[in-house]
Write a protein that binds this ligand. Structure first.
Ligand SMILES: *Cc1c(COP(=O)(O)O)cnc(C)c1O
Length: 460
């Protein structure tokens, strides 16, 4: 039998959860327009909407909050964070930002010109938004296996070097300001990128003088997969793997709300002195002084401590294996999920789960709504609704994958909670024939998944 590591922490503070009847949950879902983003947190039993900013901080991080230095400039917590980022990520410069998208905004504004091409290993919603808002065109260069939910490739986040080379040949390297390399790839199911692939992408980019900026949001989870799956890394520490990964890039955007283990924050890091000078000018306009960038001193302290805790083996092993546990239970019951299970979430394959729905009947949105109604478990759609519309044609982007993401917050839930979730999904799977699709009643123009509203399609 597989060995799942027990929680490497004990519980010091508890937060009671509310339980509601099925009728109450159904009423709450109707009120929320069948969008799990619009359900009140209080009405949720187990909240797997996201692992973003939902981490339980440690006693040391909370203690760090008490030594927040809220000076407008030169806060000691900034100096601590600055030194920590430089040590663990290895880049020469950094500015804090209010969260990951703040860093994406700065980077996109400074690096992208009208008509530029930004290759990436699958898009991320806010990342692509900022690239496109600055005149760029995102091009997906992830390997084909990433689009196949049943492929067992161990590094499904890898970049396909031939696809990247083809873009360079077609548009010219001068049209490509940087490659956006996500580790792990959220929308592919939290799939990792191998060190070998990072190395090869780096070599190709060096040859053509193209920068690499990591979307480092879940880089520690990626490092764990490299340690487990890649030849030659079994005896290398997570910290050293992280440092080596980052050494192949020119900088990174980071959402502190994920692998830095805090509830809010982020940063933009880079090696280029000249770029850093321009970042320092722009950060003042959008975030704040370069020494706080939209973060309170206490939050910078918590993030510095969180970065150190994130690379502790006992933590990251439990985190990733707990996710695997949920995935294994669902697979054993025959529930279709993205394989192999990624680092932060289990993704239900809604096309296979609800084969009687077309993509226009929003299978993933439908499944997420019903899972909440049946069990109080909150999840998130990652399919046609999240993908939005093409800027030029106005048509829906039509992603191959229609997924429901069960995202596990860090250090929040136990294996017993995972069992509750698994039982609820399995039960719903047995009743899947009774589920009918949804249609839009309100569609916001940008990042529509956050605020869209839906209603059940009526039988004709
Ligand atoms: C969350 C996330 C971001 C954006 O970070 P925020 O802190 O939410 O602004 C960017 N990329 C990926 C892959 C993410 O998961």
């Amino acid at each position: 039998m597989k060995n799942y590591p027990a929680e490497p922490f004990r519980i010091k503070v508890v937060e009671m959860m509310k339980t509601m009847s099925r009728e109450e949950r159904e009423a709450a879902m109707i009120e929320a327009g069948y969008n799990t983003f619009l359900v009140k947190s209080e009405d949720v039993y187990i909240d797997l909407l996201t692992d973003s900013g939902t981490t339980a901080m440690s006693d040391k991080q909370w203690a760090g909050m008490m030594i927040g230095d809220e000076a407008y400039a030169g806060s000691r917590n900034f100096l601590h964070l600055d030194a920590t980022v430089k040590e663990y990520y290895g880049f020469k410069h950094m500015v804090p930002t209010h969260q990951g998208r703040g860093a994406e905004n700065l980077l996109s504004r400074l690096k992208i010109k009208q008509g530029d091409i930004i290759p990436g290993n699958m898009y991320f919603t806010t990342t692509r938004y900022h690239q496109e808002a600055n005149g760029g065109i995102f091009k997906d260069v992830i390997i084909d296996e990433a689009h196949d939910s049943q492929s067992e490739h161990p590094f499904k986040g890898n970049i396909d070097l031939r696809k990247l080379q083809a873009l360079i040949d077609e548009f010219g390297a001068e049209k490509i300001p940087y490659v956006c390399l996500a580790v792990t790839v959220n929308l592919a199911g939290g799939q990792p990128v191998s060190m070998q692939n990072i190395r090869e992408v780096s070599a190709l980019c060096k040859k053509h003088k193209i920068d690499i900026f990591f979307d480092a949001t879940r880089c520690v989870e990626n490092a764990y997969f490299i340690k487990k799956r890649e030849e030659g890394y079994r005896n290398v520490s997570i910290k050293e793997i992280l440092q080596e990964m980052m050494s192949y890039g020119d900088g990174c955007t980071m959402s502190g709300k994920k692998d830095c283990m805090v509830n809010i924050g982020g940063f933009l890091a880079m090696n280029d002195d000249e770029l850093f000078a321009r970042v320092k000018e722009l950060v003042v306009v959008f975030e704040g002084m370069p020494s706080y960038g939209g973060m309170a001193g206490r939050d910078m302290e918590a993030m510095a401590i969180g970065i150190k805790e994130s690379v502790v083996y006992a933590y990251i092993a439990h985190r990733v294996e707990q996710v695997a546990y949920l995935g294994d239970r669902l697979m054993e019951a025959g529930v279709p999920i993205v394989r192999p299970v990624g680092g932060h979430a289990v993704f239900l394959d809604a096309r296979l789960f609800l084969p009687h729905l077309t993509q226009d009947q929003l299978p993933a949105q439908t499944l997420a709504a019903h899972l909440y109604i049946e069990s109080g478990v909150r999840s998130m759609e990652r399919g046609i609704v999240s993908a939005g519309r093409d800027k030029k044609t106005g048509d829906h982007h039509r992603p191959k994958l229609e997924l429901v993401r069960l995202t596990i917050p860090r250090r929040v839930y136990t294996y017993a909670h995972m069992d509750v979730v698994a039982d609820a999904v399995i039960d719903l799977y047995h009743h899947r024939d009774e589920i009918t699709g949804l249609e839009f009643v309100y569609e916001p123009p940008m990042l529509r998944f956050f605020n869209a509203r839906f209603k059940p399609i009526e039988a004709k």
